[in-house]
Ligand binder design. Sequence first.
Ligand code: HEC
Length: 145
Amino acid sequence: MSKFTALLGAAILAISVSGTMTTSVQADEAKLIKKGSKVFKKCKACHVPDEAKNKVGPHLVGIIGRKAGTAEGYAYSDAAKAKAAEGLVWDEANLAAFLEKPRKFLKGTKMAFGGLRKEKDRNAIIAYFKSLAPAKEEAPKEEAK
Ligand code: HEC
């Protein structure tokens, strides 16, 4: 084998290996999102994830990166309003902490939900929310018509 073919072979190998890696990462992500959509069944009675419609709880459109207490027309508890006034933003870390123990993170909240105790479930539901609406800074600009 000439040096050139060996190099070419190595390059092709490198490309195909990195290609495979990307696909498996994407497959893992897809699995996580699917799991997240199942975990969301626990929230469904009270929340709509993809439409600005309030139920027992506020709608969750674009929740990742959204300021707390800002779903229009929703009557938040005083606890939630106070946190919102402090400037709480639902970034991934805050959302995960809230979902683990809602009543600990937001003392006095009217969200009657025990919490997602499994880290896997919290990661999955966050991936699911991200799949519905990319975080604000990543969102593609809408074309003006
Ligand atoms: C029994 C009804 C109920 C369930 C189940 C429930 N929630 Fe809630 N949720 C609420 C209520 C009510 C509020 C408003 C809290 C307040 O004002 O104190 C809320 C608030 C929230 C907020 C804050 C929104 C904002 O605009 O600041 C997030 C985020 C949230 N819920 C996510 C979830 C997720 C994710 C699940 C499922 C794992 C879930 N909730 C399950 C009723 C529920």
